[in-house]
Design a protein. Structure first.
Ligand code: HEC
Ligand code: HEC
Length: 256
């Protein structure tokens, strides 16, 4: 009976949300993307407000981070990256190993927040746990982090290529742009943008990211093992199926 109630609420909220929802079109859009977007605009879009409440209040470190980002010096960041990070993230931040994330072109605010979150306070635990990244950030000063994110944000992201099957991509595409009214998964596009470029400072770019990395993150959020987003993504993913997670990860890899 709860389920029925919930669906009714979802449908009502969705109907309200639909009347106000606008998809922002990027400059570099292809005809194909435009066709996809107009098709999706005419269909159902599950707005995140129905699932996770008001997302704008969820990041506290915001102002501090904006000031720090402005202080970063990319040439210094390039030097540190070449020595400490290139082995896994590639010299220009376009990782070639699918389990290591690409960093090139990512918003500096998001990158800086992640580096801060990977670093454990003295005696404490890190807000974002990672066996790979914890030792990497241990030796970085605040200034190093600012310089590093300035460098990576400036790098051009290699355009994504899809490897998933047509069927999987079709599921991923619908979910990404419209969500799933049946199980209440909100549209990824409403927070991460219709072309996956993200919305700084809160919402990271996803476009072109390696599918295996994305899938790992979705699982970590889902299991509550990554919580440094204040649980927003966990709520997004609560009712998402394994196939949907794989499908949307594949679709994201092809977004550009
Ligand atoms: C041994 C390989 C390795 C090295 C070296 C490494 N990283 Fe990472 N990095 C990873 C892995 C793996 C992840 C994914 C972490 C996770 O979620 O478990 C990651 C994640 C990240 C993220 C988060 C990306 C996102 O989209 O959320 C940032 C930022 C990052 N690394 C920056 C750096 C910087 C800066 C350096 C150098 C100081 C560095 N990394 C060195 C393996 C590495
Ligand atoms: C209500 C807004 C919202 C919605 C809807 C949303 N996300 Fe997110 N997502 C976030 C926030 C906020 C973060 C960044 C968390 C942080 O600061 O660490 C994030 C982070 C992520 C990351 C981690 C990126 C990285 O580089 O590690 C992935 C992957 C992701 N989202 C995928 C999705 C997918 C797929 C969907 C749709 C099923 C979706 N998101 C829907 C808010 C949202």
């Amino acid at each position: 009976m709860d389920m029925i109630k919930k669906s009714l609420v979802m449908v009502t909220v969705f109907a309200m949300a639909l009347s106000t929802s606008v998809l922002v079109a990027g400059d570099t859009e292809t005809d194909e993307q435009e066709a996809v977007e107009s098709e999706i605009m005419e269909s159902e879009v599950v707005e995140p407000a129905a699932v996770v409440g008001e997302p704008a209040e969820l990041v506290e470190q915001e102002e501090e981070i904006a000031a720090e980002v402005a202080a970063g010096e990319a040439p210094k960041g390039r030097e540190i990256a070449a020595g400490a990070c290139a082995g896994c993230h590639n010299p220009d931040g376009n990782s070639i190993i699918p389990t290591f994330p690409s960093l090139a072109g990512q918003h500096p605010e998001y990158l800086l927040k992640q580096l801060i979150d990977f670093k454990a306070d003295e005696g404490g635990t890190a807000a974002r746990q990672s066996d790979a990244m914890t030792p990497m950030v241990a030796a970085l000063s605040d200034e190093d982090m600012e310089d590093l994110v300035a460098f990576y944000a400036e790098q051009e992201a290699t355009p994504g290529q899809t490897t998933g099957s047509e069927d999987l991509l079709a599921i991923g595409r619908v979910l990404y742009h419209g969500g799933n009214i049946e199980n209440g998964v909100p549209a990824c596009a409403s927070c991460h943008g219709p072309t996956g470029k993200g919305i700084p400072p809160h919402y990271p770019a996803l476009a072109g990211q390696h599918a295996p990395y994305t899938l790992t993150q979705l699982d970590l959020f889902n299991k509550g093992e990554r919580t440094n987003d204040n649980g927003v993504m966990q709520q997004v993913l609560t009712r998402m199926s394994g196939t949907e997670k794989r499908a949307v990860s594949e679709y994201i890899q092809g977004l550009r």
